[in-house]
Every structure is written in structure tokens, then in C-alpha cells.
Write a protein that binds this ligand. Structure first.
Ligand SMILES: C[S@@+](CC[C@H](N)C(=O)[O-])C[C@H]1O[C@@H](n2cnc3c(N)ncnc32)[C@H](O)[C@@H]1O
Length: 235
């Protein structure tokens, strides 16, 4: 899978994408990353990429001609499955289903906004899908891009050591994952309080463990994400 990032801040990449399972997959060429600097397509000596908003208001807007020129620098390949994404707080919410959809692509092109955003004409004309990573506003699209790419790449075959871990994790089946525990079996904290691992996990009884985990998943989802329980009821 090819990932191409259009950004005014290329130094932010590969960032988190160079580490752990996703970074290892990059080294193994399971996916590739090309970072395209919008400033290389600037219209003036100062390498500007933005201008004032029509109609007034604070901040600057990334120009449509710059984005188009940057996009045209990518070698066009016929018959590949590709998608263009613009990261914006005013986009559709990113979720696990969307990530799974993107993980099927041959090429994913991501536009990172800055300042007050990007001229809407280029978003519309070039058919960028508008995606938000959450109901809050960050300063730029580079961290959201890393969130999206990391979430997507870990779904590719051969990226995770154990692909089984994808089956039971949060959001599969509209449930959150059950709580997990590891050694030591009894953890003594600095106030000398002892915390034990739930006994059922030490029982070796697979059926009981499975049922306990499911019950815990449901409880945690009810508590933290009741909206998912409502979705599950409609399944
Ligand atoms: C300061 S924000 C612009 C916010 C915009 N004026 C608005 O109110 O919707 C600058 C850039 O950060 C990125 N960004 C900020 N928050 C984001 C979010 N929650 N999801 C995706 N991208 C985000 C986008 O690329 C956006 O163009």
C-alpha cells in the first residue's frame, strides 16, 4: 500500500509511523510513505502556500492551486484503487470501519491542513473525502494523518505479530475490549496495598475465561460508551 502525504510541515513525518509494528512494516516494504512538501509548489519567493480568507475573518487558508500542483506531482497510476482524504475537524468521524475500508486501498493520499484550513474548492473538485479524528480542534492535520495511517497500516496482513489480536479488540462487534492483566500476579503498590489479578484468569478454564471477558466487555462498554451498546442492540 502506498501512502502519500501532502503537508506544509514535512519534518513531522514519519514521526510515530517509523516505530513499532507500523515502522517495522515500513522497513519491510509492506507499505511505502512519500511526504510531499506543499512549499515546493509555492507561487512566490517566500514559499507561501496560504492566503487571507475571502469574506474576512481570522487566520489564513491553504490555496487550492498549491494543493492541485502538489497532487499532480504524484505519478498517476492507472487501475489502482486510490482514495484522497482531507483531514479536517468538520469531516465525517474516523472509526474502525473506515480504517478497514482504507486498508483495502492500493494508494491513500492524505492532505494535512494548517491555519484555518484549506480552500473548499480543491476539496470538492478533487474529491477529497473529509475526515475528522475527533470532536476537538488541533493546530494541523499532521498528527491526525499519523493517527489515520497507523490505524490503517496495523490492519494490513503481516503487520501484527498475531492477527488474532484484531478479532477481540475494542470496536470489533461494537464492544470495548475487556480489561487485561499481566505479571506480577500480586502487585504491591508503594503504599503496600496488594492488588490481585482476577481469579478466573488463573483458573485455566477457557470457557469461564471467555464468558468473564465478554461480561467485562459489556460492562465496560455500558459504562464508557453506551452509544455502542445501542448500536449492538440493532445488529
Ligand atoms: C486549526 S485547524 C482548522 C479548524 C477549522 N477552522 C475549523 O474550525 O473546522 C487546522 C487544521 O488542523 C487539522 N485538524 C485539526 N483538528 C482536526 C481534527 N479533529 N481532525 C482532523 N484534522 C484536524 C485540519 O487539517 C485543519 O485544516
Amino acid at each position: 500500500m502506498q501512502v502519500k502525504i501532502l503537508t506544509g510541515y514535512p519534518d513531522i513525518f514519519p514521526g510515530a509511523l517509523n516505530h513499532s509494528v507500523v515502522g517495522n512494516a515500513l522497513k519491510k516494504n509492506i507499505w511505502s510513505l512519500e511526504v510531499i512538501n506543499l512549499h515546493d509548489f509555492s507561487y512566490d519567493q517566500r514559499k507561501s502556500i496560504d492566503d487571507e480568507p475571502f469574506g474576512g475573518g481570522p487566520g489564513m487558508i491553504i490555496r487550492p492551486d498549491i494543493v492541485e500542483k502538489a497532487l499532480l506531482s504524484i505519478k498517476y497510476e492507472e487501475n489502482i484503487n486510490r482514495k484522497l482524504v482531507y483531514l479536517t475537524p468538520s469531516g465525517k468521524s474516523l472509526n474502525q470501519i473506515k480504517l478497514a475500508e482504507y486498508s483495502q486501498l492500493d494508494q491513500l493520499i492524505i492532505l494535512c491542513g494548517r491555519f484555518e484550513g484549506v480552500d473548499q474548492r480543491v476539496v470538492k473538485a478533487l474529491n477529497f473525502e473529509e475526515i475528522s479524528i475527533g470532536d476537538y480542534v488541533l493546530a494541523g492535520g499532521e498528527i491526525p494523518a499519523q493517527v489515520l495511517v497507523e490505524g490503517c497500516i496495523r490492519l494490513l496482513p503481516g503487520v501484527l505479530g498475531q492477527s488474532k489480536s484484531l478479532l477481540e479488540e475494542s470496536f470489533s462487534n461494537n464492544l470495548l475490549e475487556y480489561p487485561q492483566y499481566t505479571r506480577p500476579q500480586v502487585w504491591k503498590d508503594i503504599r503496600n496495598n496488594e492488588h490481585e489479578v482476577p481469579k478466573v484468569l488463573l483458573s485455566g478454564h477457557h470457557e469461564k475465561i471467555k464468558q468473564w471477558r465478554l461480561d467485562q466487555s459489556v460492562e465496560k462498554t455500558k459504562l464508557n460508551r453506551p452509544d455502542l451498546i445501542e448500536k449492538k442492540k440493532k445488529e
